[in-house]
Design a protein around this ligand. Structure first.
Ligand code: SAH
Length: 194
């Protein structure tokens, strides 16, 4: 059962990620969407770090690029936007296994866009598994799962099963907002032991 929290799950996810990232880290946004997490990760890793953001939709990457420009001006050389499935992160990232500080997933569909373009269990599973392997000691994978749409419950089941099967060197915490119905989003924090 998820632990209940009075915080918004997006706020809690940001607090958790900020607590492990340091200036100069490598961070991955597995679902760029409208770019909120990409901007947040770039702030955490600073000028000397590196952010890699994935999305399968050109619209999402355009929105992300626009948001980056609005916030940082032209100083976003250290953010790489990749139009590809996040399950390919291992081939696209120049970092080695064990080098990544944090990976964020915000699953589901892009609000305001085509709801049929949605994350799906098979690629979500393989992307989260790869993200866990790529973490450095003390690194964190954050997964926000939406349950209300078609396929959402199945995707939640996949994430729960994967978390159960992870090696004991990963610690998983699982949250849902206080008083929220069972169809409300759920957050998973997966931390690699130091
Ligand atoms: N549900 C969230 C937003 C999620 S955005 C909210 O309501 O705030 C999820 C993003 O994941 C979308 O932009 C979508 O295009 C992207 N996406 C879908 N499948 C993907 C995949 N296999 N790899 C990478 N990104 C994917």
């Amino acid at each position: 059962m998820p632990e209940r929290t009075s915080k918004r799950l997006t706020t809690l996810a940001h607090e958790q990620v900020a607590s492990v990232l340091i200036e100069g880290d490598v961070a991955i946004d597995a679902t760029a969407g409208n770019g909120h997490d990409t901007v947040f990760l770039r702030r955490c890793v600073g000028e000397t770090g590196q952010v890699v953001a994935f999305d399968v939709q050109a619209l999402a990457l355009a929105n992300t690029e626009q948001r980056l420009r609005a916030v940082f001006g032209r100083a976003t050389d250290n953010v790489q936007l990749i139009m590809s499935c996040h399950s390919t992160l291992v081939t696209h990232c120049e970092t080695r296994e064990g080098d990544v500080g944090a990976v964020m997933f915000n699953l589901g569909y892009l609000p305001g866009a085509d709801h049929r373009v949605v994350t799906t269990p098979v690629s979500t599973r393989s992307a989260i598994a790869a993200a866990c392997r790529w973490l450095r000691p003390g690194g964190l994978v954050s997964v926000l799962v939406y349950v209300g749409h078609d396929g959402g419950a199945e995707e939640l089941g996949t994430v729960l099963a994967l978390c159960d099967q992870l090696s004991p060197r990963y610690t998983v915490d699982h949250y849902q907002s206080q008083h929220a119905p069972s169809t409300a989003p759920q957050l998973f924090r997966i931390v690699r032991d130091v």
